[in-house]
Ligand binder design. Structure first.
Ligand code: PXL
Length: 291
C-alpha cells in the first residue's frame, strides 16, 4: 500500500524557550490539539524568550544537520514544514536545504519570518538575519510576517499606518518573490485604536482578504506563533484561507480575553491552556471581507 501518514506530520523548525509561551511550547500544543503530529527540529534552547531582559541561549545550528540526516535515513515524509524563530543566519541555509530535500508536491511550506515586532528587530538579530530571511521566504507556500517584518522583508522604512491600497501592493510584492499566500498580521486600523486587522493575498484566484477584530491594549509575546500555528492547522484540515484566518484571529482574541482580566506578567504570553479546547469547536461567526 502507498505510504501515507495516518496522522499528518508537521516538521516544526522553531526554538524551545522554557518561559514565556513562544515557539515550540505554543506550536506543539496547538497543532496536536488540531490533530497533527508535530516533529520538532529545534533551532535553539533558551531559558526564556528574548523579550525578557536576559536569557540563556544554546545555538543548535551544528546539531540540526545531524537530526536531518537521521530523518533522511528513516525515510520520514512530512505533510507540512513549518518554520519560525531561527537561531542564527547560518541556520537559514540548513533550513533551506531541508525544505528542498523534504518538500513533496502536495506538502505545505509555511514560513513565519520571525524577525521583530513594534518596528524593531528582536534582541540578538542583526541585518544579516533579515537578508537571509529575504531569501528563505522565496521557498514558502505561505508566509505570515507581522507589520514590522513586512517592512524588513521589503527593505522599506517602517510606518505605523498604511492604506488598503499600500498594503495590497506590499502583499503582492512579497508574493511575487515566491509565496502563493502572504498574510500580514497586527495591522493597526486607522482611526480606531480598539481594532486590529489581518490582511492576506492569495495568488491563486488573485484575491485579497481582510479580517478586523477587537484589540485589547496589551502586548503578549507568542501571539504571532499562536496565529500562524492555527492557520497552519486549519489549512491542513482543509479550511479555505479566509476561514483559516478567521479561526486564528478568533482564537487569539479568546486567548487574550482569557488572560487580560488577571493581574498577569504579560511576558508569559496568553493563557493558552485555558482556551486550547476551543480549537475543537467550529467557528460561529465569519468576519472576513474581500477587499
Ligand atoms: O514569538 C517569537 C519568538 C520566538 N522565539 C524566541 C523569541 C520570540 C520573540 O521574542 O524571543 C526565542
Amino acid at each position: 500500500m502507498k505510504s501515507v501518514n495516518r496522522v499528518k506530520k508537521v516538521a516544526a523548525v522553531h526554538d524551545l524557550s522554557g518561559m514565556g509561551r513562544v515557539s515550540l511550547t505554543v506550536v506543539i500544543p496547538i497543532l496536536s490539539t488540531m490533530g497533527f503530529q508535530v516533529c520538532p527540529l529545534p533551532t535553539a534552547v533558551l531559558s526564556n524568550h528574548t523579550q525578557y531582559p536576559s536569557f540563556s541561549f544554546l545555538d543548535l545550528t551544528d546539531e540540526m544537520p545531524r537530526i536531518i540526516a537521521e530523518w533522511e535515513k528513516l525515510g520520514v515524509q512530512f505533510d507540512a514544514i513549518y518554520t519560525g524563530y531561527l537561531g542564527s543566519p547560518r541556520q537559514v541555509h540548513i533550513v533551506s536545504d531541508f525544505i528542498d530535500s523534504f518538500r513533496q508536491p502536495d506538502s505545505l511550506v509555511m514560513i513565519d519570518p520571525v524577525l521583530g515586532d513594534n518596528g524593531k528587530l528582536y534582541a540578538n538579530f542583526k541585518m544579516e538575519m533579515v537578508k537571509e530571511m529575504q531569501q528563505l521566504i522565496k521557498k514558502a507556500d505561505v508566509i505570515t510576517p507581522n507589520m514590522t517584518e513586512l517592512f524588513y522583508l521589503l527593505d522599506i522604512p517602517y510606518k505605523d499606518y498604511l492604506t488598503d491600497e499600500e498594503l495590497k501592493t506590499y502583499l503582492r510584492q512579497l508574493s511575487d518573490k515566491g509565496p502563493e499566500i502572504v498574510i500580514v498580521t497586527s495591522v493597526p486600523v486607522v482611526g480606531d485604536i480598539n481594532k486590529t486587522s489581518v490582511y492576506a493575498y492569495n495568488r491563486e484566484g488573485d484575491r485579497y482578504w481582510k479580517i478586523t477584530c477587537s484589540y485589547l491594549p496589551a502586548h503578549y509575546p507568542g501571539t504571532g506563533d499562536t496565529f500562524t500555528s492555527v492557520v497552519t492547522g486549519a489549512l491542513l484540515q482543509g479550511d479555505s484561507l479566509p476561514v483559516a484566518l478567521d479561526r486564528a484571529a478568533q482564537f487569539i482574541l479568546q486567548g487574550i480575553r482569557a488572560t487580560f482580566g488577571y493581574e498577569h506578567d504579560n511576558r508569559e504570553g496568553i493563557l493558552l491552556e485555558k482556551v486550547l479546547h476551543n480549537l475543537d469547536i467550529p467557528i460561529q461567526l465569519n468576519n472576513y471581507e474581500l477587499i
